[in-house]
Design a protein around this ligand. Structure first.
Ligand code: XMP
Length: 518
């Protein structure tokens, strides 16, 4: 790749939130690249940036072998913004002093603006107080020559500093996190008002660049993609298809644990709408056969994971194999931090469905979304022209309905669950609540209860309804439906689905519950 004309270089010292800095810069319409500190010098010369941001770090500047920024950056005349550790290393490298360990400040704090600065322009006036997020044990105690304090907090007298003539800025707090409510605007001021960058970088530009990168990486190699129909793998597939056309084949495994009409919808969209080579594997018998009689949730999950890999492998072999495996991995799926001993270390969520495939099949991964957050992937999907209803879909777990059917899975139970789930979601859509809910679904309990319908006694299953709000799936609150809504959904399910005579609503948050029942 040639250097982008208006790049912000972000040097990563291993902070858990470095990706958020990149995200805020993207939101300001400016292209950025993150480079680990070990290769910062090489990245600086390669990318020819117009501005540099130094991230936070778990390290301490007072440690003997504390990482620093290349001196070339400070000599280049470019604007530099140091965040937390970035501020401290900038000060230490330019002749200031840092004190370790004495002034721990974690969480919400308030800074008072001491002096006007382009960093605060249009946001923070002199003499005003503002909420910020702090997370530091060390702090600057002596400023390098040329610097002045522009904001102070009780725990950090040098909460924000500037050398306006050299355009060097440092903040002890974290402007990239949402707990600093004006942080995004501060970063926007840095890239626009201080660095003078235009802000014309868009999702359309990301799309162009991602396509160029995919082409450069894959060449004329063959790529396969496990398509689940979820937003992430769908957007990844469409993007890669746009880049390399028929070199991509998608494999869609129907394990018989999908929702009503889901397989047909996915296949129709990709084959008919996108004209994409797509193998539709009908593996219902294999999966349901292996699950029948099994009620241990972990055994169910592991069985599905194993069969998925075996099925996928067999289909890939029929295609003559492939050189690359495409995955819709997102940034939150990748817990990536800079290691101080070697390269970056990567951990993928243990329940990630196709984890294990690349090693087993000796394929190289293509993950064009790995720097994006979910809402950015949705924006990219819109950019690629995916239908709105597809982009807005709620997450659906890889093991599918099997983990919403506690106890043994049978075809009849799956039929009941599918019908109840479709009615519940239909009611949610009709009430205009779909987009306000992170996930809503029905669960079929392995419990039968007595009821009376018409003049007869019934003895049928209990269906539980679940709906939660969440930001990232890690924690969740149950959705507070009004009782009329729940009553209406319950009545329809009992009237229309044969096999259910009682409906209950799950009012458990996560923690202590999980979102799924198994
Ligand atoms: P839990 O139940 O752990 O779920 O609170 C958190 C989120 O993850 C989804 N989930 C999965 N997604 N494969 C997936 O792709 C899985 O094995 C899996 N298990 C849970 C769940 O639907 C929720 O969004």
């Amino acid at each position: 790749m040639t250097a982008h004309p208006d790049t912000v270089l972000i040097i990563d010292f291993g902070s858990q939130v470095t990706q958020l800095i990149a995200r805020r810069v993207r939101e300001a319409g400016v292209y950025s690249e993150i480079v680990p500190f070990q290769s910062a010098k090489e990245g600086f010369y390669r990318l020819k940036p117009k501005a540099v941001i130094l991230s936070g770090s778990p390290a301490s500047v007072t440690d003997e072998d504390a990482p620093g920024a290349p001196q070339a950056i400070f000599d280049s005349g470019l604007p530099v913004l140091g965040i937390c550790y970035g501020q401290q290393t900038m000060c230490a490298q330019l002749g200031g002093h840092i004190e370790g360990g004495l002034h721990r400040e974690f969480g919400r704090a308030f800074v008072e603006v001491q002096q006007a600065s382009p960093l605060f322009e249009g946001i923070w006036a002199e003499g005003t107080r503002h909420q910020v997020w702090m997370s530091h044990g060390d702090r600057v105690t002596v400023l390098p020559e040329g610097f002045e304090v522009i904001a102070a907090s009780p725990g950090a007298p040098f909460a924000a500093i500037a050398d306006e003539s050299r355009r060097f800025y440092g903040v002890q707090f974290h402007p990239e996190v949402i707990h600093t409510p004006d942080g995004a605007k501060l970063l926007s001021n840095f890239v626009h008002k201080i660095a003078g960058l235009a802000g014309d970088w868009t999702m359309a530009a990301f799309r162009e660049q991602a396509i160029a990168e995919i082409r450069a990486k894959v060449g004329d190699g063959k790529v396969i993609c496990a398509l689940s129909g979820g937003v992430d793998s769908s957007v990844a597939a469409v993007l890669i298809h746009e880049a390399i056309g028929e070199q991509l084949t998608c494999i869609f495994v129907d394990h018989g644990l999908l929702r009503l009409n889901e397989a047909e919808d996915v296949v129709a969209m990709f084959r008919d709408h996108y004209n994409m080579p797509l193998v539709h594997v009908e593996a219902q018998d294999t999966f349901i056969g292996a699950l029948e009689g099994e009620s241990d949730p972990e055994v169910k999950r592991k069985t599905i994971g194993r069969l998925f890999i075996e099925t996928f492998e067999a289909e890939a072999a029929k295609l003559g194999g492939a050189d690359y495996l495409a995955q819709g991995t997102l940034y939150p799926d990748v817990i990536e931090s800079v290691s101080f001993t070697g390269g970056p270390s990567v951990t993928i969520k243990s329940h990630h469905n196709v984890g294990g495939l690349p090693e087993r099949m000796n394929m190289t991964l293509v993950e064009p979304l790995r720097e994006l957050f979910k809402d950015e992937v949705r924006a990219l999907g819109r950019e690629l022209g995916l239908p709105a209803h597809f982009i807005g879909r709620q997450p659906f777990p890889g093991p599918g309905l099997a983990i919403r059917c506690p106890g043994g899975v049978t075809r009849d139970k799956l039929r009941i669950l599918r019908e109840a789930d479709a009615i519940y979601l239909d009611e949610i859509r009709k009430a205009g609540l779909y987009d306000a809910i992170w996930q809503a679904f029905a669960v079929l309990l392995p419990v039968q209860t007595v009821g009376v319908m018409g003049d007869g006694r019934t003895y049928e299953f209990v269906c539980a309804l679940r709906a939660v709000t969440s930001v990232d799936g890690m924690t969740a609150d149950f959705y507070p439906f009004d009782m009329d809504f729940l009553g209406q959904a319950a009545t329809r399910i009992i009237n229309e689905v044969r096999g259910v005579n009682r409906v209950v609503y799950d009012v458990t948050s996560k923690p202590p519950g999980t979102i799924e029942w198994e």
